[in-house]
Design a protein around this ligand. Structure first.
Ligand code: MTE
Ligand code: MOS
Length: 791
């Protein structure tokens, strides 16, 4: 028997006359799209409630930093419908829900309140309304402590929540001294609220002995399992966490679900009744972490051709009161502070600062976007200083393909396609002609000014925490030929389950409809990683493929023996299973295998190859590969009011050999809009008492339909498979497109710069709200009047 793998055999067979429905690389709708639209998709709040379910709400602190002198919960306990009230004293295990169990994040604040909104207790009542009303009746005496509320104040105290990191390439200090020209500045970058449509929610159902089952809207069921076990002081094995889908996560449910899950698990085990907690939107926004805001100080050395020779950048981040994921988030900011550019000499350092605000967390891009926004500011500064078109400065600094290709963290960029990608977009979007047209428009219009910008993206794919780069899957085939698919990833709208099902359908050459997509549960695939870092389909797709291949190998071996043909003559095709000259249905083969006592269940496992990272040295290969993209944005600004519209956006984005172009295009569009919202209208505002005052859609403005680009053209790069052996040579797409939104910030900046004849870099910070745009226009006019920017 020749030593052929099933994959080799499949490669040998002539093209089938029929294609399976839902093959890999086909545009296929999201597995639940119709249910999302009709309302039939079940979210945690839609699951039939067990009899006797208690509704839980949290009692929140009303100080940013204070000692708790007394906590009087009598009125809460006596309120109508209240069944139980729990504080830190009632926790059987550890009062600790921090990511990685760092012991810096209590479930309920004990002696000291660390931010305005810090949960103090939980109240369980017969109805949600009763629980909400009761939660407001606590009497708390505080002794105020000095509150550190923003980056400036935190810099003065210098307290960090987690160790900082420094990256070094070459000798930045010497190169800055030697550079023909240098400049320095600061950019302020705002944070972002996730605003997932489904708010946080958890439901716990107590079982026998220590057992508890939880339905949680979480990107990280395994961590919820650990946290619940730790808080209740029971083994991990007693806790099962299930999630069928989230109504959006965006990083906001990577660690932030821990609080709600631990709380309902506590209530359920203490009362013996099922318990559910769905905070109001206002409470959700107040008590869950957000994207980190940053202040970045930069110094850059360059020459008259706009070539960057050295950079020195310091990334100060507001982390909030606890570490959460601030370490990896600020690290990833540094990993993207080069974007697509070779700096030659670089020093980059992070400053993860402690503040008395909510503990900030993962948000699509995980600090990478902030790093990239800083990189683009540096490029913009060089463009204004040299008088070159920013696009030309970008191009002259792109990483090379054979030289000039080492990043500040010493990974060599091996898969660089940014040059040709940008050339293609430049031509397709008609960038140069539109640049001219905009000049003419601006010359003719005194008040309305247009701006144009092309910005590139290079985003590293893999978790920088190396152990997370592993995944598992479980496949059962039933005797009727139906396939039950489970994997460690979670579905949050991105289409992961559809992609993984396509992969499995492809292996067996069965229509995707035969594959049953099931809820993610710690009971089926254990020790999973968060579905994050865009690596969901990379990791779980490969794990599921491995499980399917294991089953297929068993079926092939069985069929060869059973029907007495060589193994190479057993081939899965879209028409059915060819066994010699027989054509059998998948079901017939499966049924026969069962009768022949062949196991029809298999697990699959995958770990990302090649990656390694030494944080202390700041050197290694943290990423398996990069995803690339670029966007051109055109805007019109009303210089009398600061208001603007996005006229046109053209995007060319790299998904390798896309597993599903329809889903990937959706990710590109959604990611772009979310990135644009972050940098334009979404503004988080805390008052002097440390109260977040933008905790509802009335004050926190996410993009709506009316804010979308008037013309929105999105294309995926064609014929550009991943050079790495990823699942069917595709690339991760979840986060990278968010950073395409940076083009809008730069188009706004370009429009603003026109009021001073493009002689002064506007230094437009983010978010570029109409208010900030107007203020920047006025500042620029004053600077120009004072003679700045005169050659
Ligand atoms: N798309 C939708 N519709 N909803 C989401 O919550 N989260 C994003 C991205 N796209 C998100 C989304 C984030 S932050 C990540 S890390 C990836 O999806 C996670 O999924 P993936 O790894 O399967 O791409
Ligand atoms: Mo995404 S921020 O990695 O969940």
């Amino acid at each position: 028997m020749p030593d052929k793998t099933p994959a080799d055999i499949n490669a040998d067979i002539p093209a089938a006359s029929r294609r399976i429905d839902g093959a890999v690389h086909d545009s296929r709708r999201h597995e639940s799209a119709h249910k999302h639209v009709s309302g039939e998709a079940l979210y945690v709040d839609d699951i039939a409630e067990p009899a006797g379910l208690l509704h839980v709400q949290l009692g929140l602190a009303s100080r940013a930093h204070a000692r708790i002198l007394s906590l009087d919960l009598e009125a809460v306990r006596r309120a109508p419908g209240v069944v139980a009230v729990f504080t830190a004293a009632d926790i059987p295990g550890d009062n600790d829900i921090g990511a990685g169990l760092r012991h810096d994040e209590p479930l309920f604040a004990e002696d000291v309140v660390q931010y305005h909104g810090h949960p103090l207790f939980a109240v369980a009542a017969e109805t949600r309304d009763q629980a909400r009303r009761a939660a407001g009746l606590a009497k708390v005496e505080y002794e105020d402590l000095p509150a550190v509320l923003d980056i400036a104040a935190a810099r003065a105290t210098g307290t960090l929540v987690t160790p900082p990191m420094t990256l070094r390439l070459g000798d930045a200090e010497a190169a800055l001294k030697a550079a023909p020209r240098t400049l320095s500045g600061r950019i302020v970058i705002g944070g972002q609220e996730h605003f997932y449509l489904e708010s946080q929610i958890a439901m716990a159902i107590p079982g026998e002995d220590e057992d508890v089952l939880l339905h949680v809207s979480t990107q990280h069921p395994s961590e919820v399992q650990h946290i619940v076990a730790h808080v209740l002081d029971i083994p991990d094995g007693a806790v099962t966490v299930e999630v069928r889908r989230m109504g959006g996560g965006f990083g906001g449910k990577e660690t932030q679900a821990n609080l709600f899950a631990a709380c309902v698990a506590l209530v359920a085990k203490k009362t013996g009744r099922a318990a559910k907690l769905r905070p109001d939107r206002d409470d959700d926004i107040r008590i869950t972490g957000k994207r980190h805001d940053f202040e970045v100080d930069y110094q850059v050395g360059f020459d008259d051709q706009g070539r960057i020779l050295a950079t020195d950048m310091l990334f100060a981040a507001r982390c909030g009161f606890a570490a959460d994921l601030s370490g990896p988030v600020t690290d990833r900011a540094l990993f993207h502070a080069d974007n697509c550019y070779f700096y030659g000499n670089a020093r980059m350092a992070s400053l993860p600062l402690k503040t008395n605000t909510v503990s900030n967390t993962a948000f699509r891009g995980f600090g990478g976007p902030q790093g990239m926004v800083a990189a683009e500011r540096v490029v913009e500064e060089v463009a204004f200083a040299t008088g070159l078109d920013p696009l030309d400065v970008r191009k002259v600094n792109f990483y090379g393909t054979t030289d000039r290709n080492v990043t500040p963290y010493h990974q060599t960029v091996e898969d660089n396609i940014i040059g040709p990608l940008v050339d293609e977009l430049e031509a397709w979007s008609d960038y140069r002609a539109r640049r001219q047209a905009i000049r003419a428009f601006n010359a003719a219009n005194p008040y309305l000014k247009k701006g144009l910008a092309l910005t590139p993206v290079k985003f590293g794919i893999s978790f920088t925490f190396t152990p997370y780069n592993q995944g598992g899957a479980l496949i059962h085939i039933y005797t009727d030929g139906s396939i039950h698919l489970n994997h460690g990833g979670t579905e949050m709208g991105q289409g992961l389950n559809t992609k993984v099902a396509q992969v499995v359908a492809d292996e067996f050459q069965v229509d995707i409809g035969r594959i049953r997509i099931t809820a993610t549960t710690t009971g089926k695939v254990p020790n999973t990683s968060a579905t994050a870092a865009s690596s969901g389909s990379d990791i779980n797709g490969k794990a599921a493929q491995n499980a399917a291949r294991a089953l297929k190998a068993r079926l092939v071996e069985f069929a060869a023996g059973h029907w007495n043909v060589p193994e190479a003559a057993v081939v899965f095709t879209a028409e059915g299973v060819r066994v010699g000259d027989r054509l059998l249905t998948f079901r017939e083969v499966v049924k026969a295998a069962y009768m022949g006592r062949i196991s029809l269940s298999a697990t699959g496992y995958y770990k990302t190859p090649k990656i390694h990272w030494d944080r202390a040295k700041g050197q290694g290969r943290p990423f398996l590969y990069y995803a690339y993209g670029a966007a051109v944005a055109e805007v019109t600004v009303d210089t009398l009011t600061g208001e603007y519209v996005v006229d046109q956006v053209d995007i060319l984005h790299d998904c390798g050999d896309s597993l599903n172009p329809a889903l990937d295009k959706g990710q590109v569009e959604g990611g772009f809009i979310q990135g644009m919202g972050w940098l334009t209208t979404e503004e988080l505002w805390w008052d002097a008492q440390g109260r977040l005052r933008t905790h509802a859609p009335s004050t926190y403005k996410i993009p709506a339909c009316g804010d979308r680009p008037r013309r929105f053209n999105v294309r995926l790069v064609q014929n550009s498979p991943n050079v790495e052996d990823t699942i069917h040579r595709s690339k991760a797409v979840g986060e990278p497109p968010l950073m395409l939104g940076i083009s809008v910030l730069h188009a706004l900046s370009d429009a603003v710069a026109s009021v001073a004849g493009h002689k002064i870099c506007p230094r437009l910070d983010a978010p570029a709200t109409p208010e900030r745009v107007l203020a920047t226009i006025e500042r620029l006019r004053a600077q120009a009047a004072a003679g700045e920017g005169m050659a």
